[in-house]
Design a protein. Structure first.
Length: 567
C-alpha cells in the first residue's frame, strides 16, 4: 500500500482527468517520478540591469538542487525587480514601491495558479524582500526566503565606499567642491560586483528583518553575494522548504506579534532604513497581525543604537557580517532582554539559533553592547501634529539633533527641490517641503535620496531639515521627516503649507507642526489632477492606502474620490 501523502499539487497532476496537464509537464522534462513528488516553487527576482539581483539565477539552481535532494520537484519562476539606485531621482522611481505589490501579487498568482506545495523565494533589491514576505504571509504555504546578499564595498583612497558616496559626490560636484575627474573616480570604484547596496540601507535592513521574523534562517542573509558560501545557503533553503512541508511549518507560525516587535527592535538597534516601518506594516497586514505606527516609537525609544553602520556610521554590511552579523546584534539585544524567543523557519526557536551560532570575533568594532551604545535611542521616531495627524517618521541616523525650526521652502516634486539645491537656492535653517510625492500623489512614494545626498554633498546636511509625504532611501542621513500622512494628494495638511511658513520639528515632544492658519486655507484646496491616468501606476494610485498603514493596495482602506469624498 502506498504511503504517499496527499499533495496540494495533486489538483493539477493526479488522476485521469489531469492527463493534459501531465502531458505538458512531461514536455518540460519531468518524468513520472518527478511529477509524483511535491512541487516546490523557486521564485527569484533575477535581472541583469543592476548588481542587486545579478546572482539570483545562479542561486536558484542551488535552491532547486536542494529541493531535489530533499525529495521534491522544483518549479522555477522569475518575477520583476525595480532597482532603486538606478531609478532614484527620476520618474522611474515611481515604479519602485508599486513593484512591491506587483511582485507579491505575481508570486501569489504563479504559486496559486499551479497549486504548488511549498515556496523558496530568492530576492535582492529593496522592494523584492518585503514583497517575498508579503507573498508568503498572504498564501501561508510552507516556505523560506533567502536574500541574495550585500555587495562588497568599494575602496577609494584607502577608504570603504558604497553607492551612498556616489550620490553625495553628485552634491559635492554641483557645489564645486570636487571636479569631474574625482566624481568619475568615486563612480567607478563604488560598486565592485554583484549584490545589493552595501550599507544598512533598505535591502540589508529588510534582510535582517526577515531573519528576525523567522522567515530566513539565521545567518543566511548575512552572507555576501559573491561569497562561496552563498550557494550552499541556497541549497539548504531548498532543503528547509521541503522540511517545512513535511512538518507543516507555515509562515504565519513565525509571523507573531512578538516577532514583529523583535524586527522593529533590530531596525532601531542598527539605525536601519525607515522604509522598514512601511514594509513591516505591510507584511503584518498580509499576516493579519495587529501592528500600528506607534509600535515603532515604542521599539525605537526602548532600544539603543549598537551597530556602527552606514549611512550614519562607519562600517558596511560586509564588515558587519565579518563582525558576527545579525546574530551578534540579536545576541546583544537578547542579553539585555530586549527581544523575545520566537519560532523560526528552521524549526528551532530564535534563541536556540543564537545559542548554536558561532561567537563573534574578538575585538570586532561594528556591534557594541547595550551598556555602551552609540546612541541611547533607536534611529527613528514617530511624530504627529497639525502637519501629520496620522503620523510620520523622523530619521535620526547620523546626527544628534532633536529639534529644528525654520521657514518652509515648498516644492511640488522631488525634481523642483533638487534643482533648488543644486542652484544654491537652499540656505541654512530652511525646511524643504516636498509634497505630492506620497503613495497616491506621486504616485509611488518616491525616495528623496537625490535631494538628501545633494544636501550632504553641499555641506548642508546638518543645517537644514526636509519633510515630505514621500520616502527616504536607507542611504539618507540628516534631519529628515518622511511618510507624512495623510499625504498632500489626499488632502493632508502638508498640502496647505505655503512658502515661508514656520515649520517646527521636535523629536522630544514628537511633534511636526506649523503656526500657520491651515484651517483658513482648507476651503481653497482642490484635489490635484492625477499625474498618471492609465496603467499600473494609475491603478495603484486609485487603490493604495495611507503610508501610516503600510501603503498597501486594499480596497477596504480609505480611498477618496476626485471630489475629495470617500469613494
Amino acid at each position: 500500500m502506498s504511503t504517499r501523502k496527499p499533495q496540494r499539487s495533486d489538483a493539477i497532476k493526479a488522476g485521469p482527468d489531469r492527463a493534459p496537464a501531465r502531458a505538458m509537464l512531461r514536455a518540460t522534462g519531468l518524468d513520472d517520478a518527478a511529477i509524483d513528488k511535491p512541487f516546490v516553487a523557486v521564485v527569484h527576482t533575477w535581472s541583469n540591469v543592476s548588481p542587486c539581483n545579478l546572482n539570483l539565477r545562479d542561486l536558484a539552481q542551488s535552491a532547486c538542487a536542494g529541493v531535489r535532494a530533499a525529495g521534491g520537484t522544483p518549479i522555477e519562476f522569475n518575477t520583476i525587480a525595480v532597482t532603486d539606485g538606478i531609478a532614484m531621482g527620476t520618474p522611474g522611481m515611481r515604479a519602485s514601491l508599486v513593484s512591491r505589490e506587483l511582485i507579491a501579487d505575481s508570486i501569489e498568482l504563479a504559486v496559486e495558479g499551479h497549486c504548488l506545495d511549498a515556496v523558496v523565494v530568492l530576492c535582492g533589491c529593496d522592494k523584492t524582500i518585503p514583497a517575498a514576505a508579503m507573498a508568503l504571509a498572504r498564501m501561508n504555504l510552507p516556505g523560506v526566503v533567502l536574500y541574495g546578499g550585500s555587495i562588497d564595498h568599494g575602496t577609494l583612497d584607502g577608504k570603504a565606499i558604497t553607492i551612498q558616496e556616489v550620490f553625495e559626490a553628485v552634491g559635492a560636484h554641483g557645489a564645486g567642491k570636487i571636479g569631474c575627474e574625482q566624481l568619475a573616480k568615486v563612480e567607478s570604484h563604488a560598486c565592485p560586483g554583484a549584490g545589493a547596496c552595501g550599507g544598512q540601507f533598505t535591502a540589508n535592513t529588510m534582510a535582517m528583518v526577515l531573519t528576525s521574523l523567522g522567515l530566513s534562517p539565521m545567518g543566511f542573509n548575512d552572507i555576501p553575494a559573491t561569497h562561496p558560501a552563498k550557494a550552499e545557503a541556497a541549497f539548504r533553503c531548498g532543503e528547509i522548504a521541503m522540511a517545512c512541508l513535511e512538518k507543516d511549518i507555515r509562515p504565519r507560525d513565525m509571523l507573531t506579534p512578538a516577532s514583529f516587535r523583535n524586527a522593529a527592535r533590530l531596525v532601531a538597534a542598527t539605525a536601519g532604513s525607515t522604509n522598514a516601518v512601511l514594509h513591516l506594516l505591510a507584511i503584518a497586514h498580509e499576516a493579519n497581525v495587529p501592528l500600528v505606527l506607534e509600535d515603532f516609537e515604542d521599539a525605537a525609544r526602548g532600544t539603543p543604537v549598537i551597530a556602527d553602520l552606514k549611512p550614519g556610521g562607519r562600517f558596511t554590511a560586509v564588515e558587519l557580517t565579518a563582525a558576527g552579523g545579525t546574530t551578534q546584534v540579536a545576541r546583544e539585544l537578547q542579553t539585555a532582554r530586549m527581544i523575545e524567543d520566537t519560532p523560526t523557519v528552521t524549526g528551532l526557536s530564535l534563541f536556540d539559533e543564537l545559542k548554536s551560532a558561532m561567537a563573534a570575533p574578538e575585538g570586532q568594532q561594528v556591534v557594541r553592547t547595550v551598556a555602551a551604545p552609540i546612541k541611547a535611542r533607536g534611529g527613528f521616531s514617530i511624530l504627529y501634529g497639525n502637519l501629520a495627524p496620522e503620523g510620520c517618521v523622523l530619521k535620526l541616523a547620523g546626527h544628534g539633533r532633536l529639534h529644528h525650526e525654520g521657514p518652509a521652502r515648498v516644492f511640488e516634486s522631488e525634481e523642483e527641490a533638487f534643482a533648488a539645491v543644486q542652484s544654491d537656492g537652499i540656505k541654512p535653517g530652511d525646511v524643504l517641503v516636498i509634497r505630492n510625492e506620497g503613495p497616491a500623489g506621486g504616485p509611488g512614494m518616491r525616495e528623496m535620496l537625490a535631494v538628501t545626498a545633494a544636501l550632504v554633498g553641499r555641506g548642508l546636511g546638518n543645517d537644514v531639515a526636509l519633510i515630505t509625504d514621500g520616502r527616504f532611501s536607507g542611504a539618507t542621513h540628516g534631519f529628515m521627516v518622511g511618510h507624512i500622512a495623510p499625504e498632500a494628494a489626499r488632502g493632508g495638511p502638508i498640502a496647505l503649507l505655503r512658502e515661508g511658513d514656520l515649520v517646527r520639528i521636535d523629536a522630544d515632544s514628537r511633534r511636526l507642526e506649523t503656526d500657520a492658519d491651515l484651517d483658513s486655507r482648507r476651503a481653497l484646496w482642490r484635489v490635484p489632477e492625477p499625474k498618471v491616468t492609465r496603467g499600473a501606476l494609475a491603478k495603484y494610485a486609485r487603490l493604495v492606502g495611507s503610508a501610516a498603514r503600510g501603503a498597501v493596495t486594499d480596497e477596504s482602506l480609505h480611498i477618496p474620490s476626485r471630489s475629495g469624498e470617500t469613494a
